[in-house]
Design a protein around this ligand. Sequence first.
Ligand code: HEM
Length: 154
Amino acid sequence: MSEPLSFYDEIGGHAAFVRLVDEFYRGVADDDVLRPMYPEEDLGPARERLTLFLEQYWGGPTTYSDQRGHPRLRMRHASFHVNPDARDRWLLHMRAAVDALELPPLHEATLWNYLQRAAHAMVNTFEPSGIGPASSGRPGLPVTAPPPSASAAD
Ligand code: HEM
């Protein structure tokens, strides 16, 4: 008896994941909030990491962990300012990428459901961009200390 196909195989294997992530990064490249978050000049290495991660997650080759170790995705995102705006932008570009694959409805729903849950789980701040420990020193909104009379002891 042959092995049941993995989701990775079912949706088209490596070519499908490359397409998905290429389409996604096409959107990121033009996004005023997301693009500056990516540390490297060239988005190529980030594209490669996301492709390998998603392939591994869906039952494809385990190259991601062979190269990067345990994913620990929340930890790896801790230094980035992932607020609801960033999440929604991430999902907007991912939605366009999923659409481009033209998957059968059940596969499409399975993939999209996961991506939505994962993106919600990655949010690590509710501060507007530029504020908070993960702002990476980017110029932020002016933050002023409350006047002394506003202390909780009053
Ligand atoms: C919610 C909004 C998100 C934002 C703004 C965001 C942003 C980023 C940024 C700026 C990086 C660094 C680029 C790099 O060096 O690789 C990164 C890495 C990465 N992200 Fe996200 N991300 C988000 C959600 C997600 C989700 C939902 C997943 C998985 C389904 C994911 C998977 C990854 C992976 C695998 C890496 C590379 C980790 C590594 O091995 O270093 N991200 N992300």
